[in-house]
Design a binder for this molecule. Sequence first.
Ligand SMILES: [Mg+2]
Length: 120
Amino acid sequence: MGKRIMIVDDSRVIEVQMAKLLEGTEYEVAAYCKDGEEALARYGEVLPDLVTMDIIMPGMDGLEAAEAILEDYPEARIVMVSSLAYEDTIQEADEIGAKNFVFKPLDKKQLLNAFEKAFA
Ligand SMILES: [Mg+2]
């Protein structure tokens, strides 16, 4: 069985793209959540090996959600996936405890590289 990934993103397009990029890799999509609240509610039930976390979402944003998940599950592997390529955003994600930061638009090589590092 592959490493189980939980995708958190309010965009269904990203969900579809991500599933396509991960096809044929060692990773499989275990769950999809459309916002931070759902991610927080479902993390404990899904217990994924890794979470990809969007930042801009309605309601609880990805940084808040990542922080809340890591508070309850300090061992959680969270990779931020966002177009917010600002130095302070990346630094905040790092301080919260996210393993890595991947920029949109999605690139397979960049994504898999970030996953690999998160598992190292
Ligand atoms: Mg978004």
